[in-house]
Design a protein around this ligand. Structure first.
Ligand SMILES: [Zn+2]
Length: 303
């Protein structure tokens, strides 16, 4: 086939990776997080190696969990480009996706309000997020932000609920679940990881999945976990409509919706004004975090 995929973008999260078994493991600077970073690095590394072996020429990895610094670059084939931390744009968080043809989502989780493993959308402070009367998972925002670049979502891995949500909205995407219902002691990470890598390679033959750009308008109902006072505070900050613990946002496009949700979850108007500077500080925190994780892990593994 002449249209073989040669440039792949990988978006990697931690909750649906093989080393995260409870909330603590997703929390910055805990011992469990350090171990989860190690397993997440192994997962991503397995996929990257398999893709290169299958003939992919260029791989860009974007770490998309919390600080954006959860992967140990020394564990991943150095031919791949790892983007840690966050870029302002043109694609929110990612920066310039260059000429990636397809995107693969690893370690993902289900939407806020649904019953998936550590389900949340953008932040766990959102208890429930419904857009046009159904749960909105992150894949819709991420895949949507890449659609103008013609980047096709071909592969997704996360808990079974997350996979189902991805399949419903993105036609023909290949999914590979991670089942955490039986606990880490009954889970063989090596076997699962090699299957993950094989399935990712198979998705290189996915010529059906199209760039995901749903048509608006989008009516979002955001229920805040901390209740009415928190919702009122955030609504005032951004001039959103609010009723009880719910914030209402109406956006014309998926891109506008994504930007409004980023504002709601991560920014203040002041920080938005100095965003380039704020990102430097934020990314520095992440960089220091992964250095500390590396040191801590050495100690933990010696015990
Ligand atoms: Zn995450």
């Amino acid at each position: 086939m002449g249209n073989r995929l040669t440039h792949i973008l990988i978006l990697a999260d931690l909750e649906g990776s093989s080393g995260c078994w409870r909330y603590r493991a997703s929390s910055f600077l805990t011992d469990e997080w350090c171990r989860a970073c190690l397993e997440m690095s192994r997962d991503v590394s397995a996929v990257v190696s398999a893709l290169f072996k299958a003939g992919v020429k260029t791989i860009t990895i974007k770490d998309f969990h919390r600080t954006g610094y959860n992967l140990f670059p020394e564990m991943i084939d150095s031919r791949a480009t790892l983007i840690s931390g966050y870029r302002r744009g043109p694609v929110p968080g990612i920066g310039n996706p260059n000429n990636a043809q397809a995107v693969m989502f690893l370690g993902m989780h289900a939407a806020s309000g649904s019953d998936g493993f550590l389900a949340h959308t953008l932040t766990s402070r959102i208890a429930r997020l419904e857009v046009n009367h159904r749960f909105l998972a992150e894949i819709e925002l991420f895949a949507g932000s890449l659609a103008p670049w013609g980047i096709r979502p071909v592969f997704f891995s996360g808990c079974p609920v997350a996979c189902k949500q991805a399949e419903v909205v993105i036609e023909n995407i290949n999914c590979f679940p991670i089942d955490k219902s039986r606990g880490p002691e009954n889970f063989d990470a090596r076997i699962w990881r090699s299957a993950l890598a094989q399935e990712a390679v198979k998705s290189l033959a996915n010529h059906k999945a199209k760039p995901y750009e749903p048509v608006g308008p989008f009516n979002a109902r955001v229920t805040m976990r901390d209740g009415e006072a928190e919702a009122a505070r955030l609504a005032r900050r951004w001039k959103f409509e609010q009723a009880g613990s719910q914030i209402r946002i109406c956006s014309a496009s998926i891109h506008q919706l994504y930007l409004e949700l980023i504002r709601l979850c991560y920014l203040t108007p002041t920080i938005e004004k100095v965003l380039p500077l704020a990102l430097v500080a934020f990314n520095l925190k992440g960089r220091i975090g992964i250095i500390r994780a590396r040191r801590r892990l050495k100690r933990l593994l010696q015990r």
